[in-house]
Design a binder for this molecule. Sequence first.
Ligand code: NI
Length: 214
Amino acid sequence: MRAPKSLSMRRTQIFGITILILALLIGGAAVIIDGLRDPAPRSVATRTSGTISIGGPYALTSHTGERVTEASFQGTYPLIYFGYTFCPDVCPTELQDMAAVMDELGDAASQVTPIFITVDPDRDDQEQMAAYVEAFHPRMIGLTGTEQEIATAAKAYRVYYARAPTDKDDDPYYLMDHSNFIYFMGPDGQNVDIFNGQMPIEEMASRIQAALPN
Ligand code: NI
């Protein structure tokens, strides 16, 4: 026979259940919000499989107005990220990390070219890119282009991007869904390494350092 529960026991139970439901709701909301912003998984494999080629020809316009191609960076080690300047959180974090990696590399950073390629050319024109990249690192190069030029570059790097659905078709504050990787390229344009967004700065720097000639 069960002993009748005391009032305080019931209160404790109800309190516990309420907390559990709240935790589930908050957790679910966090996952949904995160998914809306940058839905690409941050924890997939960080290395090329050897069968998938990353990189290739592109022609874009730099934040200083020059036309550039992949050949413009030959002889340096490009560190490339695709995103957009209106990104509320993930892109700024990744670009800050890239700038921190440059600092961590010290003198060796002179061999590395940090590059930010927009997936939102409608809003990210040359002026917008200039103001943005200069806020992160003095040597960071911003690249934009026509929709077709951006599509070509993104395809070469296997980058996924799409405009997130909004209530209004003409909403100027739309978000872009996009994949979230930093591509470390060699001086010959070949992919050397891929870093996911969660990798610590020290690890990125040491993996880059290991690939650089002394
Ligand atoms: Ni972003």
